[in-house]
Design a protein around this ligand. Sequence first.
Ligand SMILES: NC(=O)c1ccc[n+]([C@@H]2O[C@H](COP(=O)([O-])OP(=O)(O)OC[C@H]3O[C@@H](n4cnc5c(N)ncnc54)[C@H](OP(=O)(O)O)[C@@H]3O)[C@@H](O)[C@H]2O)c1
Length: 258
Amino acid sequence: MEGDKGTVCVTGGTGYIGSWMIMRLLDQGYHVRTTIRSDPENKKDISFLTSLPGASEKLQIFNADLSDPESFNAPIEGCVGVFHVATPVDFEDKEPEEIVTKRTIDGALGILKACLNSKTVKRVVYTSSASAVLFNGKDEDEMDESFWSDVDLIKSLKNFGGSYMISKTLTERTVLEFGEKHGLDVVTIIPSFVVGPFICPKFPGSVRTILSMVLGDKDQYSHLLNTSMVHVDDLARANIFLLECPTVKEGTFVPQWP
Ligand SMILES: NC(=O)c1ccc[n+]([C@@H]2O[C@H](COP(=O)([O-])OP(=O)(O)OC[C@H]3O[C@@H](n4cnc5c(N)ncnc54)[C@H](OP(=O)(O)O)[C@@H]3O)[C@@H](O)[C@H]2O)c1
């Protein structure tokens, strides 16, 4: 383990990517605060987090919910960096798109305001998604920062997971606009399908999809066509790089996902 690099906050510590990032951040010398949703009946097993190497000295767990944006104030206060990873992942569209999008945007804005008010947060790294850029209606092989998914196009496609795609598109736009307007250093990372090992107890949806041929889940086969993937550990290391790299805004780092 490396020496003390300061305190960072990871939202969504119970999730696939969030929990892997916590493990890597502890390993790389950070003190970590993470947020999980409140569990009044103590039904959630979070021993996969509390038993991580270094967790007893360097990991603090807070309750926060995107539906209550101010709940992120306490975990963010005093942090040098924030990784905003949490999002409702509901590909079955159980909730109306407008509700999901409002929750993700309001939650993200609460997190960004807490970062601004803290006076200690130097950068926010927001986990977006390929779905925020892929549905752009253009027929081009190479994409850059000017590409955005078209919300009307997503709606017209009536795709599986449409509300997730719309919420990711509109939330990424919102966090970048907020950063620009308030002078907060915000960078976003756009993963494709995230695969690889996991430490959370829940079987991650993206790993399940990638294993669909092994699991015999024929409904998922179509998602394997032309799907780009990124290993969860590469994503965690890219997130940490984006926090630490002083020149990240100067276009010196262009991640080339396979
Ligand atoms: N996995 C992929 O292939 C992939 C690809 C591109 C982008 N991403 C992005 O990566 C991030 C993490 O995804 P993941 O695959 O790790 O998903 P995940 O395992 O479902 O994790 C999502 C996390 O968000 C939390 N969360 C959900 N609703 C919340 C709310 N209302 N308030 C606070 N926290 C809430 C969940 O908490 P609970 O445990 O309480 O539900 C969980 O900790 C997301 O932003 C996602 O869009 C993922």
